[in-house]
Structure formats: C-alpha cells, structure tokens
Design a protein around this ligand. Structure first.
Ligand code: PAJ
Length: 265
C-alpha cells in the first residue's frame, strides 16, 4: 500500500493504477462501517483508493473538529489489511491552500435535517468530494447509508455536474446492541450508550408503524424514551423512502436511519 500526502503524489500514484478504481472517502478513526465500504470497493473494482482527511470545511463547530478522533498509524494498518492500494492523507493546507476560494453549494438536498442544524456542513462535504473525485477519477465511490442526507447531496452533485462516476451506497453497520457504528461512539460512557440505543429502537418502531399503515414519524418520536431528538423526519432519496433521526447526548450527536421503502444501493 502506498501512502501519499500531496496532490502531485496522488496524481502519480493514480497513473500507476490499472482498470476500475473504487474510492472510499473517510475522515479516519476507521471502524467496521468503513471496512464494509472498503470491502465493497475491493469486490467491485481492480484497485481501491481511500482518502483519510478530517475535512475542516465540513465542521461547523471548532470544538467538534478539535475533538474528532485521530489515529493515523492504526488507520494505515487497517487500510493495508483491507487491501487498499493507495491512501491519500493530505494536510488541510494541501487541499485548502492560502487563497482557496471555490466552494460547491448543493441546494435542496442539503436543506433540512443536518443541513439546517449544521450550517455550511454540506458545502464542505460537497466541495471536498468534488475535489477527491477530480483527483482520483474513480469508477465508483462508496458512501454509507448511515449518513443518508450526505448520500442525497453527493448524488445531486454527481448528477448535476455530470461527473463520470457511480455512487454506491453500503448498508449501515451496527454493533451487536444495534447502535450504528460511528467514530464518535468512543466518546460515550456506558450509561450514555444505553440512552443512545433508544435511537435505533425508535427507528425500528417507526418502521413497524409504517408497515402497519401508521405515521412512522409520530411512532418513532413517541418511542424515543426520553431522548430529545434534533429531528425525526422522512427523507426521499431518489425514490427510496428513509426515516432519519438525530439526537444529542451531552455534546455528542447521533444520526441513524432506516429504509422504509425502496433501495439505496
Ligand atoms: P466518515 O464519517 O469518516 O465516514 C466515511 C464513510 O463511512 C461515509 O460514507 C459514512 O457514511 C460511512 N459510514 C460511517 N459509519 C458507518 C456505518 N456504521 N455503516 C456504514 N457506513 C458508515 O462521512 C464522512 O467521513 C465525510 O463526510 C466524508 C464523506 C469523508 C467527506 O469528508
């Protein structure tokens, strides 16, 4: 596995890859959710490029950026074991050098839910993804269902700018207790983790209600067990209907969703 840190090195490494290339964008602190993306990319492509970049442009709170877990040494080892050919791990200055001034603004897909709660978040996501797609020129790029609105934003970006790649979506990987894996879960104490489990449980209750013909949002909201949601909402993802929710425990935010109808992949 090759680790490259500059745009020039990445371009050179990319030239040495033959056949179809799968890109897995990450912010590191790799867990089994990221590994599922890497496995899908490996299965469907000749080579896998993974980016490892805690993108400052998508953090709306400096404290969240500062607290974001980082363990590059371990991440590189995990990526090598997962069969990644090239890791792109740039500095913030490499992607946003002094004088940087170009941003991508996706409209409707980036509004509501996370977009309303985190001003500028999806502008940062869309911009870094476009830059990664341009640099890596992948055949396919892999995203997790867990961040369903992110999928909607990236799909709009690819469609609207006619980018020559396919977006693939990988189902949410969960811990045995049902909590969606997240780099932020490590911040939870045992009692907080117990409370966080109300989120996936409530989404299941919502999905059940939907199957019965009842209102999934009302059912999930009522099942939150004292957890105060940032939102419980329906999201239309290119025809797939998703029930998405977010809640905050202490300073940590949790997102999760279930598909009510259709298919994201
Ligand atoms: P990050 O949070 O590191 O997530 C990288 C990818 O892993 C995303 O596509 C995310 O949806 C997926 N992922 C996270 N947890 C998952 C889980 N439990 N199951 C399945 N997939 C999961 O999302 C980002 O980084 C950034 O916004 C990025 C796309 C890299 C742009 O900076």
């Amino acid at each position: 596995m090759k680790t490259v840190r500059t745009v020039e090195e990445l371009r050179e490494a990319r030239r040495s890859l033959a056949g179809e290339v799968g890109l897995v964008p990450t912010m590191g602190a790799l867990h089994d959710g990221h590994l599922a993306l890497l496995a899908a990319a490996r299965a469907e492509n000749d080579a896998v490029v993974m980016s490892l970049f805690v993108n400052p442009a998508q953090f709306d709170e400096a404290s969240d950026l500062a607290a974001y877990p980082r363990d590059e040494e371990r991440d590189l080892q995990v990526a090598a074991e997962a069969g990644v050919a090239v890791v792109f791990a740039p500095s913030a200055e490499e992607l946003y050098p002094s004088g940087y001034q170009t941003w991508v603004e996706v409209e409707a897909a980036a509004q509501g839910l996370e977009g309303d709660l985190r001003p500028g978040h999806f502008r940062g996501v869309a911009t870094v993804c476009l830059k990664l797609f341009t640099l890596v020129q992948p055949t396919r790029a892999y995203f997790g269902q867990k961040d369903a609105q992110q999928v909607a934003v990236v799909r709009a970006l690819v469609r609207d700018l006619a980018l020559p790649l396919e977006i693939r979506v990988v189902p949410t990987v969960r811990d045995v207790d049902g909590l969606a894996l997240s780099s932020r879960n490590g911040r939870l104490g045992p009692a907080e983790r117990g409370r966080a489990l109300a989120l996936p449980r409530a989404l299941d209750v919502g999905a059940e209600a939907y199957r019965r013909g009842d209102d999934p949002v009302a059912a999930a909201t009522a099942a939150l067990d004292g957890l105060t949601p940032d939102y419980v909402s329906l999201l239309d993802l290119d025809g797939a209907l998703v029930l998405a929710a977010a809640a905050r425990i202490g300073t940590t935010r949790f997102l999760d969703n279930v598909i009510l109808e259709g298919d994201l992949a």
